[in-house]
Structures are given as C-alpha cells and as structure tokens.
Design a protein around this ligand. Structure first.
Ligand code: ATP
Ligand code: MG
Length: 357
C-alpha cells in the first residue's frame, strides 16, 4: 500500500442511502456513473451503502434492514461488479464513526450552520411554526432548530469521514452534494494544518452530465424517492406498463416543435434529458432527432428507451431479491476488503492525533 502523503493512485469513493428502491434520477445521476467508472482499470473504487447516514431520519429497524438489502440488490442489478469495486455497508467499518468523532472535534459549528441541506430541513420544520422566518435568520440556536436531530446537523462531518478514511481522490456526486464536499475539502486542510501533517488526501468531485432528473408530475421539482406521489417517479422496480403510463401522463406544452429549453419548456426538456441520459447523447442532439414529432410520439420514444434500459435491471433485481444469502455474501466479501484498508488508514490517523494506534 502507498504510504500517506505520497498517493498518486485514483481512488473513487461514493455513498448512497438505503432509503428505498432507486428512482430514475438516482440511477441516471449517480449509479450509472458508478458503473461507467468501473471501466478504468487503474482506479480503486469504494461504493458504500450509507446506513448510518440513513439513520438521521429515524425509521423502523426492520425497514432499514430490508431497504439496505434492496439497495445492495439494486446496485448489483445495475452492474456494480464486486470484482472491480468494493461494495460495503458503512456501519460494518467502525473506523467511519471513529474518524467522524475526530473530525467533529475540530469542526466549528458555524461551518455546519452554513449548509443549505440543513437549512432547508430547518425551514421545512419552521413552516407553520414560525411566520416570517427566512433562511438567513435560521441557525442552530433558532427555536425551530431545537427539535431537529443532532445527526442531521453533523451529517456532513460523517460524509467527510467516509471520504477521507479511504483517502479518496475522486467523488462522484449529484449537484445537491457539492457543498458537503466543499466542507470535506475544508476539513482536509484544517486537519492537516492542525496536526502538522499531509496525511489526509484532498478529494475532488466528479459531476455527471445528468445532474438533475425532474419529477414527472411537476418538472420544476427534482424526482425523489420520498415524493408522496409515486406517479412523480419511475423506479427500477417499475413494470414496462407502469413506465409507459407515467411518461404518457407527464406534463408537456402546446408549442409545435420539439426543442430543448429547460427554462421555458421544463416538461419537454426533462423528457429529452432522460432520453439523452439513457442513450448517452446530448439533450440538444435528442431534440434534433425528435424535432418534427408530436408530443405523443416523442413520449413513446422516451418510454421505449427507458423500458429498454430498465427491463433487464428489474429482472436481475427480482432474481437477486430471491437470493438474499447471495447478496449478504457479496457484501461481506466487500466489507472484509474495506476493513483492511480502513484499519490501516485509521492506524496512521490515530497515531497522528495521539490516540493508541
Ligand atoms: P430522498 O428523497 O430519500 O432524499 P433521493 O431520491 O434524493 O431520496 P438520495 O439517496 O438522497 O436519493 O441520493 C442518492 C444520489 O442520487 C445522490 O448522489 C443524489 O445526488 C442523486 N440524486 C437524487 N435525486 C436525483 C435526481 N432527481 N437527479 C439526479 N440525481 C439525483
Ligand atoms: Mg436526497
């Protein structure tokens, strides 16, 4: 293994929460990219099912366990190859929590207070509780914040620990995670300065071309697993018929030609983006391809492309879910490999900060 401070290898790290079967946005925005990154024979890849992060929104323990299994099955079904990537559950590598404590102990509260994801949770909480509260007046001392859980506030520190524990250099994330990654970068500098070392490796992010797939009911909102309306998303478990129906009902507009213009034509442009992402082409090229089609014909083409992509994944997902022991075995193999690396890296970090190594 390369010694600290001299790393030249490309190390990819990324995590996904086990909060349900992935939707098309997770797949096109993140998972497809994870699969494509496997083509690089030089890189090491760590893909983590971040069950500790998922606990920041409390759920029934049985559900957490089941959804962790489903997420593992979905990742394998999408093409994560355990010969090429280390696939593991975050909680089975205890050094994540240990580094989380060390980093939390040097993170100023003010840094976390600036995080927009935290602020938006806080704002959701204040709606209906306090009138006239705006984002700028919200902070950890606001009365609205008092009911929020500490884990949600310190979430970005654990995320930084995930990345820095594996000395990761490349982090594929969606646009919504860029600010958290900036915090991980700030913590790298802060740790190295505080402990006069060059131990922690500076991570950089890899953004996918499909940063945001929008809802099929309201193209101004992002598609999400937790949307109350299941017509708003396509999941990797949807049947061909469900996929076709959902796309058929997606809002468009009455302009005569198909053009890509997300600002003035969000509905049409979202469908073009989906088609383009599936086919690995630019959405403008997709628009040219479909220029003269009527909306209904365009939707049929988009639906066919999505069906072609998802059908084999859904079938494989079903087979895998029939064999939970196989999934468990695959995860355990990955977890052993992850622990070997994490133990060695943690040993050096512990030594650096004065803990028993
Ligand atoms: P939840 O509603 O539970 O937050 P989610 O659908 O937002 O679920 P996450 O587990 O939070 O999913 O995100 C997993 C990954 O998918 C992240 O890298 C995130 O950036 C990406 N992602 C989520 N939604 C979209 C979307 N609509 N388009 C593109 N990428 C997305
Ligand atoms: Mg999310």
């Amino acid at each position: 293994m390369a010694s600290f401070g001299k790393q030249t290898a490309k190390v990819v790290f990324s995590g996904i929460q086990p909060t349900g079967v992935p939707q098309l946005g997770n797949y096109l925005g993140t998972i497809k990219n994870w699969v494509q990154l496997q083509q690089d024979p030089e890189a090491q890849r760590y893909y983590s099912i971040v069950d500790l992060h998922a606990m920041t929104v409390p759920r029934d323990p049985k559900r957490l366990k089941q959804e962790t299994l489903e997420m593992a099955a979905a990742l394998l079904a999408c093409g994560i190859d355990t010969q090429k990537s280390v696939l593991f559950r975050q909680s089975t590598v205890p050094q994540h929590s240990q580094l989380n404590w060390v980093l939390g102990s040097i993170t100023p509260v003010g840094w976390l207070n600036r995080m927009t994801q935290w602020k938006s949770k806080l704002q959701q909480q204040t709606n209906g509780i306090l009138d006239g509260v705006n984002e700028h007046s919200l902070n950890v001392h606001s009365s609205a914040a008092q009911g929020l859980l500490t884990g949600l506030f310190t979430y970005p520190v654990l995320m930084a620990s995930d990345i820095l524990l594996f000395r990761a250099s490349h982090i594929p994330v969606g646009e919504d995670q860029v600010q958290h990654l900036e915090l991980a970068r700030d913590l790298t500098v802060h740790f190295n300065k505080t402990f006069r070392t060059n131990l922690l490796v500076m991570p950089s992010y890899l953004l996918t071309a499909t940063k945001r797939v929008m809802s099929l009911r309201d193209p101004l909102r992002k598609m999400s697993k937790s949307d109350a309306n299941d017509q708003a998303r396509i999941t990797l478990a949807d049947t061909d018929d469900q996929i076709r129906k959902k796309i058929k009902k997606a809002p468009t507009d009455s302009l005569s030609q198909i053009t890509f213009d997300p600002k003035s034509r969000p509905g049409v442009s979202n469908l073009l983006s989906i088609y383009a992402a599936v086919r690995n082409i630019d959405p403008r090229v997709a628009a040219q391809e479909m220029q003269t089609l009527a909306n209904a014909q365009m939707k049929e083409m988009v639906a066919q492309a999505v069906v072609d992509e998802i059908t084999p994944i859904r079938k494989r997902l079903g087979e895998l879910l029939d064999d939970p022991q196989y999934i468990e075995d695959e995860l355990r193999k990955g977890e052993e490999r992850a622990r070997v690396v994490a133990e060695e890296n943690w040993r050096q970090i512990a030594q650096c900060v004065g803990l028993p190594a």
